[in-house]
Write a protein that binds this ligand. Structure first.
Ligand SMILES: *Cc1c(COP(=O)(O)O)cnc(C)c1O
Length: 579
């Protein structure tokens, strides 16, 4: 290909190609993506090769749950940072080869044996969709540099608005950097509405953010970074039976604050906690907020739904539970109904946080802050005009977003997921994982030494304990959580649980086999609940440890879950030899 170096250059010389920079540029024009349609486009070829290389790190069928041959961590810290930028350029292939090597040993999110956390396998449409903007750089800050790619964000607002029962044309959304980014947007929206002066003068009033004690810890990030201050978080205790925000205590607190003249910036309802899958009673919270408006001079408190880990249960809103067209089992149908029942009050929220990279099966980061009244949000949050950018399309979020340059990747991932899976696809995936999860729960309930520690949890997680051979799991567990006389046994069995968890992690890393099969990558919790005699948590040892499985992909099967039981038993027997 002819390059620009053929022209006469600034120096006036005809032959700038002799210059070293020009030689380098010639090389780069052969390796940068071609501006024109080109059979030999170096980017298309390079991506195809890189995908082959990274796919080669996958195991043969039935292989271990990590990528590559070796799960060892390949660096030491902080020595790893003792490195400088190389003086000379590298071969493209060499850099890509080194890049692929970074994936060696990493847990494989696609493996049916991967079940350690809320870590979903991204769907194919969402991966491809989020690669495309990397090449053409739509900047979704404003219309000129996003053009039609903006439809991904705009149609997401419409589709999600419809899903939540809002007017889709009035709904708006911004994709942002995570569920914690959504929380941050929520706090900012609330402060702007309740303390309008704070836009110019800064936050000078101790407005409160009310949350349940089980809300996500990113409440600290949002109140800290916004300048509101973490001391302005008010934690409302949860009901010991349901784990939901206690509405009587909430009402008392709201009344007390308002009567004292203290404004409430926001009440945050967690609609799906990360592990326990608990939903706050949001419809009731709305009534309370309406009953006690903020003191005179302050705007209306914002009701924010942190639904990043629960929003997708809303897809069952359109499910025909009577005829059950997808054929879920009666047990799972009941759970799906419960989950829908408890999330659907979400329509009362002013704004909702949605993570596609949790129960939307999309890559990081594809989080979406969705607001019901776009006219309000986009006007009260508006900053002035910019000499730097011109409006050439009707949609220019630059005036109210936190970020300046914004990648289109997250919005394309979320949008493509909704288009590709549709309601039925999401229903089938969510319900299908629940089928596997309840199969597992039935297995451990039938096993004498096991107990399901959180049987009412209706999410994907199963928390369970296993005891010594001969011990009845159900009886032992009941004593441990209720009776202070069994505190020493509780602590001993917590140690056993941790030792089993550690053993399983070691086995996963070392490629150990049980019954000829590789072992799962799972996790354990060092205190997912307190004992009933330690409700306020003052006794730091009277807490319950549990092993945890969090299956999140479409490859997990009943056989895999039976194997998990076998591996847990084998790990228990192994650690009991030395305890
Ligand atoms: C995961 C999670 C967050 C934080 O979201 P990120 O996407 O990890 O930033 C906030 N709230 C809840 C309930 C979560 O589960």
């Amino acid at each position: 290909m002819k390059t620009t170096t053929d022209k006469v250059w600034h120096s006036g010389k005809d032959e700038p190609a002799d210059a070293k920079w020009a030689k380098f540029r010639e090389l780069m024009t052969a390796e940068f993506p071609s501006p024109y349609r080109d059979e030999n486009d170096p980017l298309a070829k390079g991506i195809a090769e890189a995908i082959k290389l990274v796919d080669n790190l996958k195991q043969e069928p039935g292989g271990p749950a990590y990528l590559g041959k070796n799960s060892k961590l390949e660096y030491t810290y902080p020595e790893v940072k003792n490195v400088a930028i190389p003086q000379n350029h590298s071969e493209l292939d060499k850099v890509i080869g080194e890049c692929v090597k970074l994936f060696e040993g990493m847990p494989n999110v696609n493996s049916p044996l991967t079940m350690a956390n809320v870590w979903p396998q991204p769907n194919t449409a969402s991966i491809i969709a989020s690669i495309l903007p990397l090449m053409f750089m739509p900047n979704i800050i404003e219309g000129e540099f996003a053009w039609n790619v903006h439809k991904a964000e705009l149609e997401s607002a419409g589709m999600l608005g419809n899903l939540f029962g809002w007017n889709p044309k009035n709904t708006g959304c911004v994709y942002t950097y995570g569920g914690s980014g959504c929380w941050f947007y929520g706090v900012k929206y609330a402060l702007t509405r309740v303390l309008p002066d704070s836009r110019e003068k800064g936050v000078r009033t101790d407005a409160k953010v009310l949350v349940s004690t089980q809300s996500h810890y990113c409440r600290a990030n949002a109140t800290d970074w916004s300048g509101l201050g973490m001391d302005n978080i008010v934690q409302i205790p949860t009901d010991p039976q349901t784990n939901q925000m206690d509405v009587a205590l909430l009402e008392a607190k709201v009344k007390e604050l308002v009567e004292a003249g203290t404004p409430i910036a926001s009440v945050v309802c967690t609609m799906g906690t990360t592990d326990a899958s608990v939903f706050d009673p949001i419809a009731h919270v709305r009534e309370i907020l309406d009953k006690y408006p903020n003191p005179k001079g302050y705007g209306k408190a914002l009701l924010y739904a942190d639904a990043v880990a629960g929003w997708s249960w809303m897809v069952f809103r359109y499910y025909d539970f009577e005829n059950n067209p997808l054929g879920f089992s009666p047990e799972v149908i009941e759970i799906l109904k419960q989950n829908l029942d408890i999330i659907k009050g979400i329509e009362y929220a002013d704004a909702i946080g949605v993570d596609f990279h949790k129960f939307g099966f999309a890559p990081y980061t594809s989080s979406c802050f969705v607001y019901r009244d776009s006219a309000e949000f986009e006007s009260i949050m508006r900053r002035g005009s910019y000499a730097y950018l011109q409006e050439v399309t009707p949609y220019n979020p630059m005036y109210y977003t936190l970020e300046v340059s914004r990648s289109g990747a997250g919005s394309l991932a979320g949008w493509a997921t909704l288009k590709y899976l549709g309601l039925e696809g999401l229903q089938a995936i969510l319900g299908g994982i629940l089928e596997v999860r309840y199969y597992f729960q039935n297995l451990i309930e039938k096993h004498k030494n096991f107990v399901c520690a959180d049987p009412d949890n209706t999410g994907f997680i199963t928390l369970f304990r296993v005891y010594a051979d001969g011990v009845n799991g159900d009886d032992q567990y009941r004593k441990e959580i209720e009776d202070p006389a069994h505190r020493a046994e509780l602590i001993r069995n917590n140690e056993l649980t941790a030792a089993i968890g550690e053993k399983l992690f070691e086995w996963y890393l070392n490629g150990h086999k049980v019954n000829g099969k590789f072992t799962p990558h799972m996790a354990y919790s060092t205190g997912f609940r307190t004992t009933s005699y330690n409700g306020d948590g003052t006794d730091s040892q009277a807490v319950v440890y549990a092993l945890k499985t969090y299956p999140m992909n479409v490859f997990v099967t009943p056989e895999v879950m039976q194997h998990v039981v076998d591996c847990v038993v084998a790990a228990r027997d192994e650690v009991m030899k030395t305890l």
